[in-house]
Design a protein around this ligand. Structure first.
Ligand SMILES: C[N+](C)(C)CCCC[C@H](N)C(=O)O
Length: 288
């Protein structure tokens, strides 16, 4: 099994993540809290109460974990294509796989990465939702002191299975949308480099950026549900399942609730995925 794809996925995932984390914090807060009037309001309040550091809450853990998750995603994607079409990454420009194969490989990568992503994503969401200011002395201490303490507290209070809260919603969110992600990327690359040539860096940036936006746009309704189910715990509302969470959220807040975070998700998705695909392609070209 070729491993370069795993390593390239690892590095490119980490680079994309740092760039996108501030957007991600604003998104998670908008999706799960009702105190903000919109993106700008959330950014201003976060900055005022928590300084720039507030935007980077919960990042140390994802930077290690997203690298692993992205490595699994790109590694499984590429190796599934190898199994389906008997072509390696380098051969795929000359012998492009069908979009059906690209979709199946993307879904497979998406499905497999969820098992690694679920606990990391849960911890990220819980830490991002702590709005206590670190700077103000005398203010109540945040519930979780950091990722390790957060993981340990969840295990203690909710049992080890608590770490997988929302994992089913995450599977539903990621399996089809990662198929869409790779199909969009491939389609856009082939539009500008149709004759089996490697796409230019500019093409890769744009194709990666739009792949990110498209897949996030489709994923947003289930992203909202996923985040809410992850926040459900001893102190928050508990839902009976994905459908229950959907129905109750829609009934209480209207259908618009499913599009919370759409703008910010898209704004974040472009740079993150442009950088992810650019570094992935270049790393593989250097090694190939
Ligand atoms: C499929 N879905 C859109 C849910 C996720 C796509 C993930 C791609 C990238 N790691 C990012 O964080 O944007």
């Amino acid at each position: 099994m070729p491993v370069e794809e795993f390593v390239a996925g690892w590095i490119s995932g980490a680079l994309g993540l740092v760039l996108g984390h501030p957007f991600d914090t604003v998104k998670v807060r908008l999706q799960t809290q009702t105190t903000y009037r919109g993106i700008i309001d959330c950014m201003v309040k976060t900055y005022r109460h928590e300084s720039l550091l507030g935007f980077f809450k919960g990042m140390s853990f994802p930077i290690a974990s997203i690298a692993v998750v992205n490595s699994i995603l790109f590694g499984v994607y590429s190796n599934t294509l190898l199994a389906l079409t008997a072509t390696s990454h380098q051969e795929r420009r000359a012998q492009p796989p069908s979009y059906r194969h690209v979709f199946i490989a993307g879904c497979t990568g998406g499905f497999v990465q969820v098992y690694c992503l679920a606990p990391f994503d849960l911890i990220k969401v819980r830490l991002q939702n702590q709005t206590e200011s670190r700077a103000r002395p005398g203010s109540p201490p945040p519930r979780y002191r950091g990722p390790v303490h957060c993981a340990a507290s969840i295990c203690q209070e909710e049992g080890p299975r608590g770490l997988f809260r929302g994992a089913w919603a995450l599977t539903l969110r990621d399996t089809p949308t990662l198929g869409i992600y790779f199909v969009t990327y491939e389609w856009l690359c082939r539009q500008s480099a149709p004759d089996g040539q490697n796409p230019s860096s500019a093409t890769v940036l744009v194709a990666g950026g739009f792949a990110g936006i498209t897949s996030w746009a489709v994923a947003t309704p289930l992203d909202v549900i996923k985040s809410r189910m992850q926040m459900a715990g001893p102190k928050h509302r508990v839902y009976r399942g994905v459908l229950d969470c959907m129905a109750r959220s829609a009934r209480q807040e209207g259908l618009g609730v499913f599009f919370r975070g759409l703008t910010i998700n898209s704004a974040r998705a472009f740079p993150v995925n442009a950088v992810t695909f650019l570094s992935y392609e270049h790393l593989l070209r250097w090694w190939g």
